[in-house]
Design a protein around this ligand. Structure first.
Ligand SMILES: C[S@@+](CC[C@H](N)C(=O)[O-])C[C@H]1O[C@@H](n2cnc3c(N)ncnc32)[C@H](O)[C@@H]1O
Length: 239
């Protein structure tokens, strides 16, 4: 298990330098709308009082994209972020993040062992990260430990689609065949981008992930699939 996890982290180290460019080319920028929606719905589901001094942790933060989105959307919505921290096990991804966002604290660690106090955050986000965590259940339990009661967990992820419609099959073809090809060209690491569709295939359906969230103490509040089920946004409240 640990070997597989270390291979995944090493793969992100390898592609860190081209990750942002590959992401933008592959998604044609559409992920920006998904990230914005994630921030907005998280804010809407917190009491007004908490929006005056939010404490946020972004897990599997990679090159820091989600942190920038938290900051931008907080400004737009008049929300005050008191503290925001990015955590990721890949030194390569964190190096890029530190250059882009020098004022933000980044910590190298896995989602299964967060160096954060219990009940210390209002929001935990993990964008396109949970699929890469081999010991997922342990990570979800960690999130439940760190989020305050009433706090919000935000997950953006590529989920598996059962009984896909024609449009969903077309999008599946794009994800399985076109994306790895484009990502491979931009990063010159075809293997890393072959991993993307394989990991989606091995991952859960949205229903199954919500079940796992309930098992560790979350109440799913909002689940929405975007772009013919390519990506799903999960918003869950810590009970
Ligand atoms: C597809 S990137 C997503 C990065 C960023 N969140 C974003 O939205 O662009 C996946 C990230 O998951 C991280 N990762 C892999 N294994 C992990 C683990 N066990 N715990 C936490 N993060 C992990 C990788 O290092 C990588 O930065």
């Amino acid at each position: 298990m640990q070997e597989k996890q270390q291979e995944i982290i090493a793969m992100f180290d390898d592609i860190a330098g081209s990750y942002d460019l590959a992401n933008r080319v592959m998604s044609c920028g559409i992920d920006i709308a998904w990230r914005k929606k994630a921030c907005e719905i998280a804010f809407e589901n917190l009491p007004q009082e908490r929006l005056k001094s939010l404490q946020i942790a972004d897990i599997a933060c990679g090159t820091g994209d989600m942190i920038s989105h938290w900051q931008k959307n907080a400004m737009r919505k008049n929300v005050c972020i008191e503290s925001i921290i990015g955590l990721d096990p890949s030194e390569g991804m964190l190096n890029v993040a530190r250059k882009k966002l020098p004022q933000i604290e980044f910590v190298q660690c896995e989602a299964t062992k967060l160096p954060l106090e219990s009940a210390s955050r209002d929001i935990i986000s993990i964008a396109y990260g949970i699929r890469n965590v081999v010991e997922r259940k342990r990570a979800l339990e960690e999130f439940a430990r760190v989020i305050r009661v009433g706090g919000i967990l935000v997950i953006l992820e590529f989920t598996k689609c059962e009984n896909p419609s024609l449009l969903e099959r077309l999008m599946g073809f794009y994800t399985k065949n076109i994306l790895p090809f484009v990502g491979g060209i931009v990063s010159k690491n075809y293997r890393a981008y072959r991993y993307l569709p394989d990991s989606i295939e091995e991952f859960l359906t949205a229903e199954k992930l919500n079940e796992e969230l309930r098992e560790v103490g979350f109440s799913p509040l909002f689940t929405k699939a975007f772009s013919a089920n390519v990506c799903t946004l999960f918003i869950a409240k810590r009970l």
